[in-house]
Design a protein around this ligand. Structure first.
Ligand code: PAN
Ligand code: ZN
Length: 191
């Protein structure tokens, strides 16, 4: 057994405030905005995405963070605000990623809106869980994850994950997810 733990930086306690209606963190240190143009290659309908980019390149999602050291022992957290919309028939979604330290999980607590968390493993297992306000989705270690907004208002969630998790987007870009969520005749279809 190895009892030597990686170093963890000592910092002072702090607190942050959220506006849970708007789905924003007040005075975040980092505010990431991903627009339609950042989503190339992720949707099935490439032409519909190109049309959306040409028609004003709307915001897809925003991530608000006040970072802590990216180290074992610390906990990263953020507010994720995924806007509503469709690319062709496919609901707006995040890029999705594995954690670089693939044996790290994540907790998503949905605060507003409705949607799905799509999850997959490197060996091709795929599951999804429903998001609704007050519902928590546990993303276990080894599962890549992507949120999907299947409603008409922003899908807002609060996420917590280990400080040393990191984000691996490259493998998900190569593999994609085996299943997608579409809007057909007003109903959500996962296929
Ligand atoms: C979340 C996500 C956030 C945006 O904080 O990073 O929802 O999704 P993408 O990172 O896939 O663009 C998280 O899962 N962090 O680990
Ligand atoms: Zn994650």
């Amino acid at each position: 057994m190895n009892f030597i733990k990686p170093a963890t930086t000592f910092i002072q306690p702090f607190a942050v405030s959220f506006n849970l209606v708007e789905g924003i963190m007040l005075n975040p240190k980092s505010h990431l905005v991903r627009r339609a143009g950042d989503m190339k290659g992720h949707y099935r309908d490439h032409e519909a995405l190109a049309a959306l980019i040409a028609a004003g390149n709307p915001t897809h999602y925003e991530v608000f963070e006040t970072p802590v050291p990216h180290e074992y022992g610390h906990l990263m957290y953020c507010i994720s605000k995924l806007h509503p919309g469709l690319v062709g028939e496919e609901w707006f979604m995040t890029k999705g990623h594995y954690h670089t330290a693939i044996n790290t999980g994540e907790i998503y607590l949905a605060l507003r809106g409705e949607g799905l968390m799509m999850m997959k493993t490197p060996d091709g297992q795929c599951r999804h869980e429903r998001f609704e306000p007050g519902r928590m989705v546990y993303v276990p270690p080894y599962w890549g994850h992507r949120s999907i907004n299947t409603g008409r208002e922003p899908l807002i969630s609060f996420c917590v994950y280990p400080g040393d998790a990191g984000h691996n987007y490259g493998d998900i870009e190569k593999e994609g997810f085996p299943r997608r969520a579409f809007c057909r005749n007003g109903a959500t279809v996962v296929e």
